[in-house]
Design a protein around this ligand. Structure first.
Ligand code: C2E
Ligand code: CA
Ligand code: CA
Length: 861
């Protein structure tokens, strides 16, 4: 609590403000609830109205459909020559009733309760519930027969039936009637002379139930018109005094019933909680208001009510102090002992400057300044508490005046030790790497800014940018905990190799930066780098694994590359890039020409992106021969870039860049498609070999890419071979194995490319589903120069054969090499001596010549 702030605040206005605020909140709450309820009721009413109109509609529809069906049915009887012949004059009872042509089946099967044949004079034939009866139709029906006959006979088309609602034996029924007319080519009959056939369909409960079920209505029933409740879905059966009604679902009603009780409960709880909250707030505000008021009073009449002031002071959470004009402590509130551990007696009478210390401005100066300005002010001070612990507090003070003279000062001291510590912690986190605790990029930038602030006058700095080799495979294969362990160990070693004045920072991932002081000569820096790399090369033990990592270093010197931090970092980064391309595990100093290389690389990258859009790529093809050097067994597709300025570029000039930028993914897909489609134009079932980059395995769904290419081009999978270097297994051992097995399942062949250049090839060969190996051209090149490479080649050939693999020697440039390979019984050969890579047009004669010499046959061993 800040006493000085309190004493100047306006009192007593809090209560009405708080009350008004709560009134508004309460009002808002009630209005909100009312709006919600109104919305709910309106939704419910709408639902019910929809239900009413829907039910009425379907009741109507049910009746109409029943009438239509009946009309169609009666028409099939009335518009019938045989019926005309047997019913129109004298009714042939034998035909009609005994032979059941218009007889009791109309009741037993079709459920017509009454069937009548009448003419203008009388009822000629009557069946009631399947039994023939004598008598007039009017004895059963409420309808006037004369008007019915009149209506039937005056229909525009005589064959058109009419319908009515009627009472049959006093109960509502549907009546359909039609003139009995012949349906052959006789001359038209006189309408007035026709008899009329009447079918009566009494709406009994059984029929109404079926109707309800058919139309999804509830409990269709008949109700006398005067018994209908308003709002009931009723369809009047005009002329009968009855209506057809059904029960409503009343979804709105159901909604209300299901929602209102829980909603009511929730509202009640909410209201109770709000009421409780209001009471609490009122009470506390009353409390606060009360204390504010009393504090204000005590301030206004300080001299008069010293005691009251003390009471408030004791209750405050910060400690309150008073000093005289000599800055000697005259009063300390009870909180002082609690916070500092000292008793107030220890400090009363002592100068406050001895207790509190401020490192930016002496306390006494600050107080005197307050005196002049007559203002309230804050100062951050520190002190040691009774246990000797450093604590921080924010001190506020205000002069005590009487009749214009300053008698001393009074104020509060708020303990902010935790706040300061938390701030420092946040500060630390924002400047340090969470894993290793080393300074991060932000801290590095600040550090360099400070160290280089004096430009030329600054001490010489050496900036080393370090990137770990082989870190990603460890992280990928053994998981992040292993990666973290490696980074921690590296951090320790870097710290060990440097002095306290040097800075070791982690930029993220496996990139570190060292800033070294006072190393001037290259010789000195070289020695340091040697020692550093040596230390980093030492194996790291992690969970029974012995891990080996290396590092590459790029170096920038402030004396040469200037005093701008970003520039130094950029130069070291470029030098690091150079160090990596020089072959890892080395260091490299920045040199101006590297800038050009980077520039060149950037240009190439942008060209490459453009090239993919502009389709600037072509494939060249190099045949692979049976070791006799005549019969082609497969053709390797090799990518070329027709660069608009630099001409035809070989893959070495752009594949590495494509791999670094993800462009390898679209490029790889294009190569697969192009190679497969071209292979389809070749004579015979010649195989095509496509190179896959290890990066494709990591960045693209290779299985899907290959499948897609096969499906789109319709090339049989058995004609596609994929060449993969063992680097693919370095990136992700298990993932690569799974992918390769899946590729084999597509039916393609797999060849291990550049065999002998990677690590532990033998182990991989056993585990992975390769069909063949290609001995790297370096071994073939040095076969004939007397080195022991011939023995190596021989050993590889034997090993491959023992494993049932097809062995190819690539890079065969001379007859001598070919002869060696023939005598060593290598299976297949490829190289400039036999054929250079050529475009697809030049390839065709080669394929043809090979076919002419040898009829096609399965050549793989
Ligand atoms: P690679 O798979 O080892 O391909 C063989 C390389 O050796 C080809 O170089 C070929 O022209 C060259 N070569 C063939 N016979 C001889 C010879 O007798 N002597 C010598 N000195 N070289 C010979 P190219 O076409 O420049 O390809 C270089 C590398 O680029 C390939 O090495 C392959 O790893 C990669 N590459 C080529 N095309 C593609 C592709 O479509 N996708 C991917 N991912 N990589 C490709
Ligand atoms: Ca290859
Ligand atoms: Ca190769």
């Amino acid at each position: 609590m800040d006493l000085t702030a309190i004493t100047t605040a306006a009192p007593a206005r809090h209560t009405p403000i708080t009350r008004n605020l709560m009134l508004v909140i309460g009002l808002l709450f009630v209005v909100g609830v009312l709006i919600a309820l109104m919305a709910l009721f309106s939704i419910a009413a709408r639902l019910d109205a929809q239900d009413l109109s829907k039910t009425t509609f379907y009741t109507q529809r049910a009746l109409e459909n029943r009438i239509t069906a009946s009309k169609n049915y009666i028409a099939s009887y009335a518009n019938w020559t045989t019926a005309y012949d047997h019913l129109n004059d004298k009714v042939d009872v034998q035909w009609a009733y005994v032979d059941q042509n218009v007889g009791k089946t109309l009741f037993t099967i079709d459920h017509y309760d009454g069937v009548f044949v009448i003419d203008r004079q009388r009822t000629k034939y009557a069946i009631v519930r399947g039994l023939q009866v004598q008598g007039e139709a009017t004895a059963y029906l409420s309808t006037s027969m004369a008007s019915l006959i009149e209506e039937v006979q005056s229909q525009e088309s005589l064959i058109e039936p009419v319908s009515r609602y009627t009472l049959f034996e006093g109960k509502p029924a549907l009546l359909t009637a039609a003139a009995i007319v012949p349906n052959d080519e006789r001359p038209a009959v006189d309408p007035k002379s026709t008899s009329v056939l009447i079918y009566v369909d009494q709406l009994n409960p059984e029929k109404l139930n079926t109707l309800s079920a058919d139309y999804g209505l509830n409990d269709l029933s008949l109700t006398a018109d005067d018994g209908i409740v308003p709002g009931q879905p009723a369809v009047a059966l005009t002329g009968t005094g009855y209506s057809l009604v059904s029960r409503l679902e009343r979804p709105g009603h159901q909604l209300l019933w299901s929602l209102l009780p829980p909603l009511g409960g929730a509202l009640l709880i909410l209201a109770l909680l709000t009421a409780y909250f209001f009471r609490y707030v009122l009470r506390t505000s009353g409390h606060v208001d009360a204390s504010y008021t009393s504090l204000d009073l005590s301030n206004q009449a300080l001299e008069a009510s010293e005691e009251r002031f003390r009471a408030v002071a004791e209750a405050a959470s910060d400690w309150i102090w008073e000093i005289d004009d000599q800055h000697c402590i005259t009063y300390l509130s009870g909180r002082f002992s609690t916070v500092t551990g000292f008793s107030d007696q220890q400090w009363l009478g002592q100068n406050i400057g001895q207790l509190l210390n401020c490192d930016t401005t002496p306390l006494s100066l600050w107080l005197n300044k307050l005196d002049e300005e007559q203002a309230v002010s804050h100062l951050r001070c520190s002190y040691r508490d009774q246990s000797g612990q450093q604590r921080v507090c924010r001190v506020s003070a205000r002069p005590i005046q009487r009749k214009g003279a300053v008698l001393g000062f009074r104020g509060t001291a708020s303990d902010i030790t935790d706040e300061v510590a938390a701030h420092a912690q946040i500060q630390h986190l924002s400047l340090h790497d969470a894993l290793t605790g080393l300074p991060n990029r932000n801290k590095l930038a600040r550090y360099l800014e400070d160290a280089l602030a004096l430009k030329e006058q600054s001490a010489a700095l050496t900036l080393l940018m370090i990137d770990l080799d082989n870190f990603k495979p460890i992280n990928d294969s053994l998981g992040h905990p292993a990666g973290d362990a490696v980074l921690l160990e590296v951090a320790i070693r870097l710290r060990e190799c440097t002095r306290d004045i040097d800075l070791v920072a982690r930029l993220g991932g496996d990139e570190f930066v060292l800033v070294l002081h006072g190393m001037d000569s290259h010789a000195e820096i070289d020695r340091f780098c040697e020692r550093l790399l040596d230390s980093l090369h030492q194996p790291i033990n992690y969970d029974h694994h012995t891990l080996h990592i290396g590092a590459s270093i790029g170096i920038a010197l402030s004396r040469r590359q200037g005093h701008l931090p970003e520039e130094l970092i950029r130069c070291a980064d470029i030098a690091l890039y150079q160090a990596k391309s020089n072959g890892k595990k080395t260091w490299c100093y920045f040199a101006a020409h590297m800038n050009d290389q980077i520039q060149h690389r950037r240009q190439l990258e942008s060209d490459l992106r453009q090239a993919i859009k502009n389709n600037e790529f072509v494939m060249h093809y190099q045949p692979r021969y049976h070791v006799d050097g005549k019969q082609i067994v497969s053709v390797e597709a090799l990518l070329r870039w027709q660069h608009p300025v630099q001409g035809l570029l070989n893959p070495d000039a752009f594949i590495p860049l494509a791999e670094q930028t993800d462009l390898i993914v679209p490029l790889g897909r294009w190569v697969l498609r192009e190679a497969c489609e071209t292979a389809l134009t070749w004579p015979g079932a010649m195989m095509v070999s496509v190179n896959l980059s290890p990066v494709q395995f990591a960045r693209s769904d290779v299985i899907e890419d290959v499948r897609e290419a096969l499906i789109q081009s319709r090339l049989p999978a058995s004609r596609l071979e994929l060449e993969i270097t063992e680097n693919v297994m370095l990136i992700d051992v298990d993932g690569a194995l799974a992918t390769m097995n899946a590729l084999k399942e597509l039916g393609v062949r797999l060849n291990m490319d550049d065999f002998g250049t990677g690590y532990s090839s033998l182990g991989y060969l056993r585990t992975y589903p390769f069909d063949g190996i290609k001995i790297d051209k370096r071994f073939i090149a040095s076969m004939s120069n007397g080195s022991n490479d011939r023995a190596v080649v021989q050993a590889i050939i034997n090993l491959g054969k023992a494993m049932g693999l097809t062995v190819t020697a690539e890079g065969v440039e001379t007859l001598e090499q070919l002869d060696f390979l023939i005598s060593d019984q290598c299976h297949e050969v490829q190289g400039f001596y036999l054929s250079r890579p050529v475009d697809k047009y030049a390839l065709l004669p080669l394929l043809k010549a090979s076919r002419d010499d040898f009829p096609p046959q399965g050549t793989h061993l």
